[in-house]
Design a protein around this ligand. Structure first.
Ligand SMILES: N[C@@H](Cc1ccc(O)cc1)C(=O)O
Length: 439
């Protein structure tokens, strides 16, 4: 893991100031009280993650970074996995969720737990503590739930929560199941307060209603004031949810989104976004980020800020070795390094984005075998719309196979052309890449 500095080394007077500067705080119960809490004796805080997929995505990374900053300052993190809430479904604007099978949710919960463990310190004086709300929710009877928990919640308050109100006013409405979600999350906070003196809950800004549900509950039944803090929902240059395109998320699991694509995702960020992202997604000091900001001004073509951003986030999430693999692959794919040096895993990861439509609604590598004509292969790989177009481009010297310029348009693929015995890389001009996998 990349070294994480505490707020002093990063150039700030307090942890609160650092989080503010990094754009990690959207709303909190009370700024002065939060500042005091973070500056005082170590406290216990928690953040929950629902197993709604097999992996976390870049949106969740913001919470993990917040948790990491607090941990670096000496506070005690609890990472809650929603073994119970994942079975119910937090109401979202787009409509009612489909319920996932219990075994699936349990398996995803395990995955999330091991992912989270890689971003937080698991040893030392304030290691992360893992809990699942299934522990106290799974075996609760309906009678106990309604008598002991439900009695403390008022319908008016529940109906007024943003997420609920919006759904109530939508055509689809909201089920009793999703409506009850806030009670479960509220009860989690109380449980963690009782068990571990947990006094602060973190979450994305869309969680405000759920966070305050626990805060109100603790005030009501224990007479104690706790705090909540949300982080802004990160959006891209178009104002859309960050890292989500056409229903596709930027996953943190390397099998679902390769480190190479992950690196490229950060490297391709626009100049007007990169500084904001450096602040939020890296642990670099204020001084270093200000220097990179100057570089964006003075020498945008060099893309140093993007390179540093991609390196920092990729090595934090996937480790330095995978980040180095992504850097090597970026060079090699575009002819600035030896393709044959890439191991099979790095190569396969780097080529992942070059899959083509498989005709069945999915994506797959175009297939080829020794003896196939290169022009046909290049069309298959999606680089040309016709063989004649491919021929013409070869004649004008614009086609490369494994980074070697192709001069003969009748050329066929040879056994030895398959990198790692598996892939052939075809390039059109400087930028357009295509890949073929051995049949
Ligand atoms: N509701 C949170 C996850 C969560 C679940 C239970 C909690 O106690 C806290 C948080 C989310 O959807 O992101």
């Amino acid at each position: 893991m990349t070294t994480v500095t505490d707020f002093k080394e990063a150039g700030f007077d307090s942890l609160f100031d650092e989080l503010k500067w990094r754009g990690l705080i959207a709303q909190c119960t009370d700024e002065d009280e939060l500042k005091q809490l973070l500056q005082g004796q170590p406290v216990t805080y928690y953040c929950g993650f629902d197993p709604t997929a097999a992996s976390l995505h870049v949106g969740n990374l913001v919470q993990l970074l917040n948790m990491r900053h607090l941990q670096a300052a000496g506070h005690h993190p609890i990472a809650l996995v929603g073994g119970a809430t994942g079975l119910i479904g937090d109401p979202r604007q787009s409509g009612e969720r489909t319920l996932n099978p219990k075994e699936t949710v349990a398996a995803w919960a395990q995955e999330l737990k091991s992912q989270i463990g890689r971003f937080l310190q698991t040893e030392g004086s304030n290691p992360v503590r893992f809990v699942s709300n299934y522990e106290w929710t799974g075996s609760m009877s309906v009678i106990d739930f309604l008598r002991d928990v439900g009695k403390n919640f008022r319908m008016g308050t529940m109906l007024a929560k943003d997420t609920v109100a919006r759904r109530l006013n939508s055509e689809e409405g909201i089920s009793f199941t999703e409506f009850s979600y806030q009670v479960l999350q509220g009860n989690d906070f109380l449980e963690l307060f009782d068990r571990y003196q947990c006094v602060l809950q973190l979450g994305g800004n869309d969680q405000w209603g759920n966070l305050t549900s626990g805060l109100d509950l603790i005030r009501k039944v224990r007479g104690k004031a706790v705090q909540v803090m949300t982080s802004p929902l990160i959006t891209d240059a178009q104002g859309k949810k960050f890292g989500k395109s056409e229903g596709n998320a930027v996953w943190l699991n390397p099998d679902m989104f390769s480190p190479y694509r992950f690196y490229q995702f950060w490297f391709n960020q626009a100049d007007n976004q990169v500084v904001k992202l450096l602040k939020t997604f890296t642990f670099l000091s204020k001084a270093e980020i200000e220097r990179l900001e100057q570089e964006v001004e003075n020498n945008p073509g060099a893309r140093e800020a993007q390179r540093v951003l991609a390196w920092e986030v990729t090595s934090f999430v996937h480790g330095e070795q995978a980040a180095q693999g992504a850097v090597d692959a970026s060079g090699a794919l575009f002819g600035r390094g030896a393709l044959s040096d890439l191991d099979e895993q790095t190569l396969a990861g780097a080529l992942q984005g070059l899959k083509v439509d498989d005709g069945k609604g999915g994506r797959a590598f175009a297939r080829a075998q020794a003896g196939d004509r290169l022009v046909d292969a290049a069309v298959q790989a999606g680089l040309f719309s016709s063989v004649s177009e491919a021929r013409k481009t070869i004649k004008s010297g614009g086609v490369y196979m494994n980074n070697e310029r192709v001069s003969d348009f009748g050329q066929t693929l040879q056994e030895g052309d398959f990198l790692q015995g598996r892939f052939v890389l075809v390039r059109r001009g400087k930028k357009a890449l295509g890949a073929l996998e051995r049949q």
